[in-house]
Write a protein that binds this ligand. Structure first.
Ligand SMILES: [Zn+2]
Length: 185
């Protein structure tokens, strides 16, 4: 097992690097699926702030899913962007169970079919890639992905992300600049 704290260094799960423990930089313990990890105080502060924001804005997030619903079916760049946005909102606002158990069906006509559809338009790997790229910058998204997908499935998605980064760089740095579907003129 990886030793998380030794001497005065600790591994920060948010920054994915070792930090030195100082008076101002102490490790804070976070549980992901009952597994303890450590983050630096700075990232812990951002995490708490984002958690509060997510709680406050959950209804707005559901309305945004509603708006994206027709675009996630589109083939091409605009559709891909909508699919990445849709899946990101699901995980960032912890809505996977809510959409999965049918709670959003009556009021918002959103169901697990919409979630699944995001991976069924021939670019599912690019959706995973776009989502994990955002999770690299947002610890709440990374934590939620592990909580809601499970650590093992998260690892598989990370494999997809790594493969695309390795194979497609420098062509796919950012889903916004991705133009695999543009005209061949
Ligand atoms: Zn850190």
């Amino acid at each position: 097992m990886k030793k998380i704290i030794h001497d005065n260094l600790f591994y920060c799960d948010a920054c994915e690097e070792h930090h030195r423990t100082t008076t101002y930089n102490q490790p804070v313990r976070v549980f992901i699926k009952d597994r303890p990890v450590y983050t630096c105080k700075r990232q812990y502060f951002y995490l708490q702030q984002d958690l509060n924001r997510a709680d406050k804005n959950r209804n707005k997030a559901i309305k945004k899913l509603n708006k994206l619903q027709s675009s996630i079916k589109l083939v091409g760049k605009k559709g891909l962007k909508a699919r990445i946005d849709f899946i990101t909102i699901i995980f960032k606002y912890s809505l996977k169970n809510t959409i999965g158990n049918g709670s959003l069906l009556e009021g918002f006509k959103l169901s697990m079919q919409d979630y699944d559809r995001c991976f069924e338009i021939f670019d599912g790997d690019l959706v995973v890639h776009g989502l994990l790229k955002l999770a690299c910058k947002n610890y709440l998204l990374k934590v939620n992905l592990q909580e809601q997908l499970g650590v093992q499935n998260f690892g598989q998605w990370r494999g997809i992300y790594n493969r695309i980064e390795r194979v497609c760089q420098p062509y796919i740095r950012d889903p916004n600049t991705l133009d695999l579907f543009g005209d061949l003129s």
